[in-house]
Design a protein around this ligand. Sequence first.
Ligand SMILES: C[S@@+](CC[C@H](N)C(=O)[O-])C[C@H]1O[C@@H](n2cnc3c(N)ncnc32)[C@H](O)[C@@H]1O
Length: 263
Amino acid sequence: MASSMLPPRTAQIRLVSSHKEVYEPDDDSFALVDALLADRSNLLEHRPALCMEIGCGSGYVITSLALMLEQEGLDAFYIATDINPYALSVTHQTLEAHGVHAELINTNIAQGLENRLSGLVDVIVVNPPYVPTPEDEVGAEGITSSWAGGENGRSVIDRILPVADHLLSEKGWLYLVTLTANNPSEICLLMREKGYASRIVIQRSTEEESLHIIKFWRDFETKEDEEKKKAMADKSASTGIMEYLLGQLPQLPFWRSSDSNNY
Ligand SMILES: C[S@@+](CC[C@H](N)C(=O)[O-])C[C@H]1O[C@@H](n2cnc3c(N)ncnc32)[C@H](O)[C@@H]1O
């Protein structure tokens, strides 16, 4: 059977370990992967060289993305971050169980990577902590950091958006999970001001919440934007993304599986 006729693959997370302090894939995780599957043909044409997940939790999303692209012979480089070290341990096992690889970094959003990866990431996926909570719960240790989103659930989202803007390549796409309470249309306006177009790839209401998976991409319309686009294209062309990333690896603050006994 031709590979394009095979059913799209997602991570079989039930076969993989979990941890009481790590977010288990739920409706929001499934909606995000469904959005990637719904956008699969565009992603295949997009041919991302570098994909990144911010807040990888169990690894279900980054593993599913890698499986989906690898099934079509796309050889991309994957990076996943999480503020919770236990999440990186579980993500490592999820990736390994499915025979795919990502560099795993224990950091706050993308701290320590922003300079090196500026303008180089072709796809960023984020299922952030989006539940409205008291501000002092944001960034708390362990499982609380999975959902605690502060006022209107926007504290972490509003910190992620400028970082994503900084990391995304000229052709970069961001897929973001939001809740109605997060005011998704205001998020789209904020991104519009940064030069991004957006569309809702999936809107899904569950018993508990109404989710929107929004895709953002740079919309170069004005002359000034065209100049920015040219400058970014020049940067990626002169860099040689794979060589550049491989050269950067020893300098990055990686989480290592050999550390997993500590968690
Ligand atoms: C809703 S969970 C999503 C987990 C996984 N991506 C999924 O879809 O199942 C949010 C994840 O973001 C992580 N997180 C929260 N704040 C973060 C931050 N400032 N930087 C990096 N990761 C963060 C949490 O530890 C958690 O794993």
